[in-house]
Write a protein that binds this ligand. Sequence first.
Ligand code: ADP
Length: 232
Amino acid sequence: MRFIIFGPPGSGKGTYASRIAPRLGIAHITTGDVLREIIKANDPLAEKVRPFVEKGMLVPDEIVIELLVKQLKKPEARSGFVLDGFPRNLDQAKALDQITHIDAVLNINTHPEVIIEKISSRRTCRNCGEIYNISDINKEIGGVKYILPPMLPKIEGRCDKCGGGLYQREDAQPETVAKRLEVYENESKPVIDYYQKKVPFVQIVANEAPDMVVEQIIKDLLTAGLVKQQTF
Ligand code: ADP
């Protein structure tokens, strides 16, 4: 089972991927996390990738592709993987074709209005990065009913996992989020078009709490014959 997951910032794709991967016994590979770890660990590559990551620009393809190849060789990825954050452009997609075969693409859809509301009400732990959400969305947009309950910490402003302080990311302002969505649209469209012609494409509407969206994704993968019941 080798999947790619696409979805705009704030769609929750990282959360879904991190929950689906253990259910299916496959690896969750996130290039953004791999790059952040390299920077944090002061790896020899850190100085090369830091300027790009800090500006929100794409790290040069040859670096990211090499990192991806390493991830794919890890034992955890032997029975499959879900790729999150890769490929980001057509050259990366074509490079991936040379490295491995992709069975399907999961495309997460969420209305931009919901994304803006979700991101601006997101709170992140300064210490461990755990994410919470203080908004309670319950409305119909474009014919879809969105029911997204809040994910509150037990103690206001404190992380349940480590007790760290919660804060709102600098890029969570509505105008910045709108810009990030625009960048995502421009960046991902050619890649999505590329895969839509090549592999089974599973469209997911993320209009409920993560647990329910995850169940929906698994159900859709089963219906499409992309995973087998006995796998999980
Ligand atoms: P977000 O989804 O919030 O943009 P990610 O965690 O996916 O963030 O990525 C963070 C940063 O890491 C990106 O802004 C970019 O600099 C770099 N990055 C992640 N994946 C790739 C990739 N496939 N190609 C090039 N750069 C990448």
